[in-house]
Design a protein around this ligand. Sequence first.
Ligand code: ZN
Length: 203
Amino acid sequence: MDVEAIYKSADAILTGHFLLSSGAHSGYYLQSAKALEDPKTAEKLARALAEQIRAAAVEAQVVCAPALGGILAGYELARALGVRSVFTERVEGQMTLRRGFEIAKGEKVIVCEDIITTGGSAAECAKAIEERGGEIVAFAALANRGFCRRVGGVAGDDTCKLPPNKPFFALADFDFPIYPPDKCPLCAKYGKPIKPGSRPSAA
Ligand code: ZN
């Protein structure tokens, strides 16, 4: 599955100077919502991800996604696996399960994101599930930006916030350069980075 080609054909890879949710800067931004705008694409990607998870004999009863970015991918993955779909969201900075969603004690949960960068939101989502007695069996994402070690992928590095003892499944490694804000060469060239997720769409 060529995830990069799918993102490109959906105009979901933006170029410029961007502030990522991890705080790092990059010349590329992956606008997953745009790639998932076509439900058929979302279904195709999620099915491929579900296949990987099944092939590894990982079983779960629930997929949980951190809002907002992970919801579409998480919902489609849950559909492909035939399990429940829930999401966590931030309330005053704390990742929380709301809206009547419940996790039974010992329930097996896969945390799913659209893209994993350092995995910070996914790790917080996992913590909220574990606090309710759920068991995290795996992490999943449509694509990995190279900081975490996915099953069958790049080595990752020490900025990865996912627990090393849980498998992480993703369809591809997106190897775009990412810079810490104090060492970003794009800042000198372009000034302040933009946060595309929060920018209004062009009229
Ligand atoms: Zn910058």
